[in-house]
Design a protein around this ligand. Structure first.
Ligand SMILES: Nc1ncnc2c1ncn2[C@@H]1O[C@H](COP(=O)(O)OP(=O)(O)OP(=O)(O)O)[C@@H](O)[C@H]1O
Length: 785
């Protein structure tokens, strides 16, 4: 039989021993691959052929001796020449041969020094695998290939069998927790040996505090994603196949070997022929999709089986697999990754110019090849430059912005993806995984923070339902006291803005084991992102408190977002459940906002007490540009000496917040006028004297003892509030808990009004109106009723 004429497709597959080639793996067209298993003795080079005629029945691996060629490793080139001579017209075989000639051949140290080549046939009736995760299609695909599945199951069992039996014995002896770390270390080794897909799965598990303990997570986070590279020839062929022309037509230079090999792809450094720009060219490992779907199929079926034992196994494996796989499929699409990077760059460009993202060259990007601008730099975690702390702050703001503002979240924030560029910027790489947060999630988180500030745990539990931590319909009563305890602990020692996020996250994760409470995947990513940044920062600064960085940004969000939900959250932050103005909160928010502006400055913050022109200059220097913030002196009513907090109140953006203060000032002036009236009357010795209120005599007989408007406790609180806020705004006094007693309130307010032209214009008529009506009303009530 002349097999040569039948050859159309080819591929190289690892093979254990000398068993037959898995049937399911011979349907990949126009692909080549050379991989190895650690314990392999040989590989099979499988060359797919045209489909067999229909009457020959379902295709089977052809084991006919005539279809096999043995190659001696020591004599490969000669053997290849011979096979090539036989099949020189076959383009795919040429690709195969390039793969064979690559460096991998010497990597494959087979004890018997032999490679077997076998010709197999293509079953054209088989469906192709989906490009978007679809468990049903995958099940249908692999359901038709039971032998391939069985082969993989046997392999998985042989690698993982011991591990699973130890887990089972842990479950039986109730030592799951005790042995968790040891098992995690084992799992890490197994996962590494099983290849890229499992490494990714392990990475995904490593950020799930609701599934693993912190110690186990820690072990899995050490998962090395540096897997061996695949042959450069295969990569070059893939570039050609994906981009439709030889790489030499696109890149004037390309490194001969990859500069980085990661779990899913390997990266070459090159130069674009068209523009001369330096680029990074990421080429995907061949057959990742094919390899991983068989595993997904197996694990998912196992999960379906486990669902039948809910008492014994509480983890929803199917749910986890589906959630992870959907994202994994996204990550395999480099077009998507390139687009994500471009969107992210655009979002940061406006507000955070210190964050840089490699430019995507769409023209030279496909599902499996990604061309982006080359970024020089060193890992932020390894940098010894003095600005690392500052860049961590930029990173914190950047991630908070994603979380609470853009909702477009870089979901792979491991240390390798955060780079310090030589010009002191923070570069973020790898946008294969992006989580999109809904407005409900973004606003829900800010609302939860404002509830947290007031320790309103009843509201927080409801927030958790909205945020997906607790399912709708769950009885909240048993969870409430547990959450209250966790938050009380977290808030100990200095209030909401000092709580330790990581500890809180760990405590929340603990609750998941005992209550119907879960950590939603997006929140697991947030914990991970924050953990990475905190880890980097703590190396340089052991006193680093992440929340100190976060609170100013949150204050800024609260103050500047005009959506009704955030407006309500801001109102709640200042007034709480009781509806009483809380001067301390007001000052806290303003102070945090001022810290935000200061921290956002790329230089020092010395000019914060400077004039408005200085403030404009500050805005120009900052790496965070506040939308709507006055940026030049001319945009502000008058050039006055002021502070950032006050400047914000004067800006358009400060309108809403200004109203809170205005309200309090009105009440304050009202109280002052009455206090002054009391003082004046006391000084005149005319207390209880009729002439003072002669204008109301016509209302009837007087009750002299009740004539004077009393300064109530509430008035005193209002006066104190106004005094403290005004002090803060005008002097920046930080010792806010001890308001100055020796200053005359009226004097302070008089000083304040010219500083707030917007307020004075608006407030005076209102104040006057309210004063007269209130005083009159009280007089009438107290005197005549
Ligand atoms: N634009 C670039 N400029 C410079 N180096 C780059 C660039 N893109 C990627 N690299 C290098 O290649 C490495 C791997 O890239 P990347 O993280 O995108 O790959 P990956 O396959 O998605 O990896 P992971 O396993 O982390 O998901 C990076 O850590 C970095 O060292």
């Amino acid at each position: 039989m002349d097999t040569t004429s039948q050859l159309t497709y080819c591929r190289i597959e690892p093979f254990r021993g000398t068993r037959s080639f898995p049937t399911g793996l011979r349907h990949y067209k126009k692909k080549t691959q050379l991989r190895r298993f650690p314990s392999n003795r040989s590989v099979v080079v499988a060359v797919a052929t045209e489909p067999k005629p229909a009457d020959t029945g379902p295709s089977r691996t052809s084991n006919k001796p005539s279809n096999r060629v043995s190659l001696k490793v020591g004599n490969v080139s000669q053997e290849i020449k011979r096979v090539r001579a036989q099949m020189e017209e076959n383009e795919d075989l040429a690709i195969l041969m390039r793969g064979l000639r690559g460096s991998n051949l010497s990597d494959v140290q087979f004890a018997d020094n032999s490679i077997r080549l076998r010709l197999v046939e293509v079953d054209e009736s088989s469906e192709t695998l989906p490009v978007v995760y679809d468990p049903a299609v995958i099940a249908a695909y692999w359901g038709k290939r039971p032998r391939a599945v069985a082969t993989r199951v046997i392999q998985l069992m042989s690698v993982a069998g011991g591990f699973l039996s130890r887990i089972a014995s842990d479950v039986i002896s109730k030592k799951v927790k005790e042995n968790e770390v040891a098992r995690a270390i084992e799992l890490r080794d197994i996962v590494t040996s099983l290849g890229p897909a499992y490494i990714k799965l392990g990475q995904a598990l490593s950020i799930r505090p609701d599934i693993l303990s912190p110690a186990a997570m820690n072990e899995l986070q050490k998962l090395c994603d540096k897997v061996p590279s695949f042959p450069d020839d295969v990569a070059m062929s893939l570039i050609e196949e994906e981009l439709g022309q030889p790489w030499q037509n696109i890149y004037s230079e390309l490194t001969s070997s990859p500069i980085a090999a990661a779990s899913l792809g390997q990266v070459y450094k090159g130069r674009l022929k068209e523009t001369g720009e330096l680029v990074a060219v990421k080429v995907q490992r061949p057959y990742v999709l094919e390899t991983v779907t068989v595993d997904l199929f197996i694990i998912r079926n196992l999960g379906l089986l486990l669902r039948k034992f809910p008492q014994q196994v509480s983890i929803d494996v199917v749910g986890l697999v589906d959630e992870w796989a959907a994202r994994f499929f996204e990550e395999l699409d480099y077009i998507n990754e390139g687009e994500n990077g471009a969107i992210f760059a655009e979002m940061m460009r406006k507000d955070l110019p210190q964050v840089v993202v490699p430019k995507t060259f769409r023209k030279y990007t496909s599902r499996k090849v990604l061309t982006t601008g080359w970024l020089d730099g060193e890992k932020l975690s390894q940098s010894t430059e003095s600005d690392v702390g500052e860049l961590v702050s930029v990173g914190v703001i950047c991630y908070l912005k994603q979380l609470l503002d853009t909702g477009f979240f870089h979901a792979d924030p491991h240390p390798g993806n955060l780079i310090r560029t030589p010009d002191g910027k923070l570069a973020i790489l790898d946008f294969g995984l992006v989580t999109k947060l809904t407005d409900d999630q973004k606003y829900g988180m800010i609302e939860a923070i404002s509830h947290l500030i007031h320790r309103d745990y009843g509201a927080i539990v409801k927030d958790f339902v909205k945020l997906g931590f607790i399912d709708e319909g769950v009885n909240l009563e048993p969870i409430l006291p547990v959450l209250a305890k966790v938050f009380d602990q977290a808030l100990e020692g200095g209030g909401a803005k000092n709580f330790n996020f990581q500890e809180l996250a760990a405590d929340l994760a603990q609750i998941t084991f005992d209550y119907p409470f879960k950590i939603p995947p997006y929140f697991a990513l947030i914990i991970r992102a924050i953990g990475v940044l905190e880890g980097i920062a703590l190396v340089g600064d052991p006193d680093f408190a992440l929340v100190d960085e976060a609170y100013p940004y949150i204050a800024q969000r609260l103050l500047t977002d005009e959506s009704p939900r955030l407006r309500n959250a801001l109102r709640y932050t200042i007034y709480g459940k009781s509806g009483v103005f809380d001067a301390e909160r007001f000052i806290d928010v303003m102070q945090a906002f001022e810290n935000f502006i200061t921290a956002a400055k790329s230089g020092g913050g010395e000019d914060m007490n400077g004039n408005m022109a200085g403030l404009g200059a500050i805005q120009n220097q900052t790496h965070y540009v506040l939308p709507g913030f006055p940026s030049t002196a001319s945009q502000i009513d008058q050039p006055i000496k002021t502070r950032a907090a006050l400047a914000f109140l004067l800006s358009d953006k400060g309108d809403f917040f200004r109203e809170f203060l205005l309200d309090e000032i009105v009440k304050g002036i009202d109280a002052v006028s009455r206090e002054q009236m009391v003082q004046i009357m006391a000084a005149l010795g005319i207390r209880n004297s009729v002439p003072v209120f002669s204008m109301v005599t016509s209302f009837g007989p007087l009750k002299p003892a009740a004539l004077l408007p009393t300064v109530t406790e509430e008035d005193r609180i209002i006066l104190n509030n106004v005094q403290r806020v005004v002090e803060f705004l005008t002097t920046g006094t930080s010792n806010l808990r001890t308001p100055t007693q020796d200053r005359n309130i009226a004097q302070i307010i008089q000083e304040l009004l010219p500083l707030l032209p917007g307020i004075s214009v608006r407030v005076l008529p209102e104040v006057l109106g309210r004063l007269s009506s209130r005083v009159a009303a009280r007089l009438i009530r107290d005197t005549f009723l």
